[in-house]
Design a protein around this ligand. Structure first.
Ligand code: GDP
Length: 473
């Protein structure tokens, strides 16, 4: 590796060692001082960097207030299956295609941008909270506003509740779209009152959450929904600095047969230009082309714009953050470092180092947090309620359980990512985790606790929580 970094032949480095009377094989570890000596001997200049220096300057450049300009909102549509998320995304897109001179054709790149009253709105094209949370688990938050779709003929369902909890955990404001109002069985009022039970208070119920009755298939009130989005966006006062190198998040990435690695990114700050060198997760590349959601080639992409990037060396992962760097050497250095770190982490995992309830408690303790976050899945709604009530009684002035999410059904990958992002313990009552969830938990170092007696569950949480109480003085 040292030889490679110096662009020398490994055999020459080995020979040098032999001259010093030392036998060394490729792959042997040498210490930093020796490496520095050798590098100097071969005529190279050494710069010592701490690991923390390598990523320095990435993602932490603070913008000055006067450089910030308004930017358009980024919206994700969430809700229960079959409540009309896809239909709504399609209807909004078809009704509001940004008029373009070249008359490009709609491309599904993972996000699209529409125009309403001269203002742009970006929609993430993957509906549901799974993608949303997977992204958050990777440290990226792409969404400013969540549209919660609830079918008026069906009302609040388990994934509606999950969506609410995921949006709340992310601190993303919700706009309720009461869908399918064209149906005879539609009962929008029932939706509103059921939402109350999940602490979503719409305006007509004395709250502040905007709600709009829509029909995705008939196209009813889509305008109103978009107006609500713009209104909410105005309240959020969204800004970004366009006059700097770009940063953002990968929405989607794939290996395309003809075009090579293609990633759809959302620019969150700065302006992305053709020719920029960027790092995305553990991959890097020089932007060969930028293509928008209508298949048009762009020279640049401003904040809140989704674009496809061509020219990456490899395929990053959805949710990876990206940033433009100064030069290729820097890009290589960062990605090599990240790949190495990922390998080390994987090795450590295999060595059996896993998170546990106790470990988590001690972490919470040292952070001084007096809340014990939990994600709970149980077999039936009745058990969910019983557990939540029992845990609520445990709280003291000093420490209490905070239920990030509780719901009926098996433990899924989404539950695990929610636990990961909110630093919560994951508990299963009379349910198991599916294989994907188990794998995700293992990767994240999250210990899933299984119970079949409520008493034992509560007792364990109590014991863990008492570790959180500050010692008596
Ligand atoms: P998703 O699973 O949430 O993405 O839901 P879809 O968009 O796939 O919609 C599920 C079903 O509901 C489809 O058969 C749609 O045609 C239907 N649907 C969606 N929106 C409406 C609506 O506003 N009115 C009526 N009548 N049907 C709708």
């Amino acid at each position: 590796e040292l030889a490679q970094r110096m662009s020398e032949r490994a055999v020459d480095v080995v020979k040098y060692f032999m001259k010093q009377g030392q036998i060394i094989k490729p792959g042997d570890v040498i210490d930093a001082d020796t490496a520095e000596l050798i590098a100097a001997e071969f005529g190279h200049t050494v710069r010592r960097v701490a690991e923390s220096d390598i990523e320095e300057g990435l993602f932490d450049v603070a913008d000055r207030e006067e450089d910030l300009r308004p930017r358009s909102p980024v919206v994700t549509i969430m809700g229960h299956v079959d409540h009309g998320k896809t239909s709504l995304l399609d209807a909004i897109r078809n009704a509001n295609v940004v008029s373009s001179e070249s008359g490009g054709i709609t491309q599904h790149i993972g996000a699209y941008q529409i125009e309403k009253d001269g203002q742009k709105i970006t929609f993430i094209d993957t509906p549901g909270h799974a993608a949303f949370t997977a992204m958050r688990a990777r440290g990226a938050q792409a969404t400013d506003i969540a549209i919660l779709v609830v079918a008026a003929d069906d009302s609040v369902m388990p994934q509606t509740v999950e969506s609410i909890n995921h949006a709340k955990a992310a601190g993303v404001p919700i706009i309720v779209a009461i869908n399918k109002i064209d149906k005879p069985a539609a009962d929008p009022q029932k939706v509103r009152s059921e939402l109350l039970r999940h602490e979503v208070f719409v305006e007509s119920m004395g709250g502040e959450v905007l709600d709009v009755e829509v029909s995705a298939t008939k196209g009813t009130n889509l305008d109103k929904l978009l107006e609500a989005v713009l209104l909410q966006a105005e309240l959020l006062d969204l800004k970004a600095n366009p006059n700097r190198t770009a940063e953002g998040v990968v929405i989607e990435a794939k290996l395309d047969k003809g075009r090579g690695p293609v990633a759809t990114v959302l620019v969150q700050t700065g302006t992305l230009l053709v020719g920029d060198i960027l790092v995305a997760g553990s991959e890097w590349g020089r932007v060969r082309a930028l293509v928008n959601d209508r298949g048009e080639h762009l020279d640049l992409a401003l904040p809140a714009t989704p674009v496809e990037i061509l020219g990456l060396q490899g395929t990053p992962q959805a949710g990876d953050r990206f940033a433009v760097v100064n030069n290729e050497a820097k890009a290589r250095e960062i990605t090599e470092y990240r790949q190495r770190k990922a390998r080390d982490k994987a090795a450590a995992r295999h060595a059996g180092q896993r998170g546990s309830l106790e470990h988590m408690m001690s972490q919470l303790q040292s952070s001084g947090l007096k809340e014990f976050p939990l994600v709970i899945k149980a077999d039936v709604q009745g058990s969910v309620e019983a557990i939540v009530n029992a845990l609520a009684e445990l709280g003291t002035d000093e420490v209490r359980a905070r239920i990030v999410h509780a719901g009926a059904g098996g433990i899924t990958e989404t539950d695990v990512s929610l636990a990961e992002t909110s630093g919560a313990a994951m508990i299963g009552f009379n349910v198991r985790a599916n294989p994907q969830a188990r794998q995700a938990a293992e990767q994240a170092g999250i210990d899933i606790r299984y119970y079949n007696i409520i008493y034992t569950l509560v007792d364990d949480v109590k014991a863990a929580m008492s570790g959180l109480l500050s010692p008596e003085r």
